[in-house]
Ligand binder design. Structure first.
Ligand code: NAD
Length: 487
């Protein structure tokens, strides 16, 4: 199947999607294609009034469809049909995703799209399996923990893997019997719009997914502060997460899930399968050009194998070739915006000025798109912003150690704790380090998410609150009521 496409002849969904219909709206925020830097249009910004209209639509749809109270298997069946349709329409979805995001079209069908369809099926199966439970109380009473959906969930997603993020939010919220008002990133709204359309084609009652487009301060804040949004599910930067917390505190208390930033270490011990470690470390920083929350951006390698590991990673980095996301052979992503590419350049230049050695990369690629060379920085101080800050680009720092304790001390980050990688053949060491590392996910002798959707994902420290994926994500979309009946 030929996936490559001409970006100038793609039909883009237009406007907000509320109550099953597109609401055309004036474009406000200029949009650019990262693959060639071309300006192509503008994203509308939903006002607080429009967000309110979407919330009211969701409430009415919940009431009229009986989505929360129907036999739960009905929800399961509709969500399975949605997952099937996502696979049937995979090429259209892949092209919409690749058009203005950083995701190469050739990686999407078997990657993001297949995983999203599987996740929706995974969550669909919870609908008739998780619920209220009877609990032991005295014989003169009946105790029950009654589980109920929240009502309208507000979801806000980032640009780095837009379709996957929409799936993470929509699957569990809908399976659990809620309606959703979702705001994708203003830079990458299209695949979320098509996802909503496909859900309705699969039989989801109109108005249960409403997509409002816009920025954080206007549209995002209107969602998180809306009195009838009962729960907020956010994925994005730690800074925006803090702004959301403040807004929720100012406008009314409500539960929230925050999936935030990271600066994840990868520890390579000398006894590891080094080829495996090299591949995993290189892939994790090259994938999506390091624009992943769990990018393993800090290599911490045992001194006596450092040269060998660094040589292997350099070979992978130097093979990266810039090509637009709509070329199906592309495997190396552009940076999302010129502004973000400038920021990456600044951090790298500052690190070099402070004494870091740039082993490869360190500048923009010669291409009309926003590509940045894969970059490896050695000789970095632990306090350097290159080691401490989330760069969100293809920049890997390398530090060496002699003793396990030293490796763990380097790995520990004062504020982030999203993920960590660990490569060793010593089982005892693997378990010791797994206990010691303060992160929400530890990968041992591998790095990156698998298709084991049962494993929750979320951060320690300022990398987040609560979990996506796994049973926890389903339960996070239900509230519980304790009931005690005197007999
Ligand atoms: P961002 O925080 O700038 O924006 C994310 C979303 O939040 C966008 O839709 C944006 O419009 C909205 N937003 C921004 N400010 C807001 C506010 N005050 N109120 C409400 N909404 C607001 O992040 P980004 O640049 O789109 O994405 C990259 C970030 O996302 C990185 O920090 C990355 O680590 C993080 N991320 C985390 C995970 C995870 O699972 N932990 C997954 C993917 C990305």
């Amino acid at each position: 199947m030929l996936l490559s496409f001409d970006p100038d002849s793609l039909n883009l969904p237009a406007g907000h999607f509320v109550g099953g219909a597109y609401l055309r709206a004036e474009g406000v925020l200029p949009m650019h294609r990262p693959s060639d830097g071309k300006a192509f249009g503008a994203c509308p910004v939903a006002s607080a009034e429009l967000v309110d209209q979407a919330v009211v639509t969701a409430k009415v749809a919940l009431r009229e469809s009986g989505w929360a109270t129907c036999p739960p298997r009905q929800r399961t069946k509709i969500l399975h049909r949605w997952a099937d349709l996502i696979e049937t329409e995979a090429v259209t979805l892949a092209r919409l995703e690749a058009f203005c995001s950083t995701r190469p079209v050739g990686e999407l069908i078997d990657g993001d799209i297949a995983a999203t369809a599987e996740q929706i099926r995974f969550f669909a199966e919870f609908a008739d399996k998780e619920g209220s439970e009877l609990v032991p109380t005295g014989a003169a009473s009946l105790g029950m923990v009654m589980s109920e959906p929240y009502g309208v969930v507000g979801a806000i997603t980032p640009w780095n893997v837009p379709l996957s993020m929409a799936g993470w939010k929509l699957g569990p919220a809908l399976a659990a019997g809620n309606a959703v008002v979702i705001k994708p990133s203003e830079m990458t709204p299209y695949s979320t719009l098509l996802m909503a359309e496909l859900a309705e084609r699969a039989g989801l009652p109109s108005g249960l997914i409403n997509v409002v487009l816009g920025d954080g301060p206007t549209t995002g804040a209107a969602i998180t502060g809306h009195p009838d949004i009962a729960k907020v599910s956010f994925t994005g930067s730690t800074g925006a997460g803090a702004a959301i917390l403040a807004n929720i505190a100012a406008t009314g208390i409500k539960p929230m899930t925050l999936e935030l930033g990271g600066k994840s270490p990868q520890l390579v011990f000398a006894d590891a399968d080094l080829d495996r470690a090299i591949n995993a470390v290189a892939s994790s920083i090259l994938s999506n050009a390091g624009q992943a929350c769990v990018a393993g951006s800090r290599l911490i390698v045992e001194e006596r194998v450092a040269d060998q590991v660094i040589a292997g990673i350099l070979a992978r980095m130097e093979a990266a070739r810039a090509a637009p996301t709509w070329d199906e052979t592309s495997r190396y992503s552009p940076i999302i915006s010129e502004r973000q590419r400038q920021r990456i350049g600044q951090v790298v230049r500052a690190a070099i000025a402070a004494g870091a050695e740039c082993l490869t990369g360190g500048s923009e690629m010669d291409h009309p798109g926003y590509f940045y060379q894969p970059t490896l920085l050695a000789g970095v101080e632990q306090a350097s912003p290159a080691v401490q800050d989330e760069i969100f680009g293809p920049v890997l720092t390398v530090q060496t150690f002699r003793e396990e304790d030293e490796a763990l001390a380097l790995a520990d980050h004062p504020t982030y704790g999203l993920a960590a990688g660990l490569f060793t053949r010593d089982l005892s060491r693997a378990l010791r380090c797994t206990h010691a590392l303060q992160a929400g996910t530890i990968w041992v002798n591998r790095y990156g998410r698998s298709r084991d959707h049962i494993l929750p994902t979320g951060g320690y420290k300022r990398s987040g609150i609560g979990k996506d994926l796994g049973r926890e994500a389903y339960l996070a979309n239900r509230k519980t009521k304790s009931v005690l009946i005197a007999l």
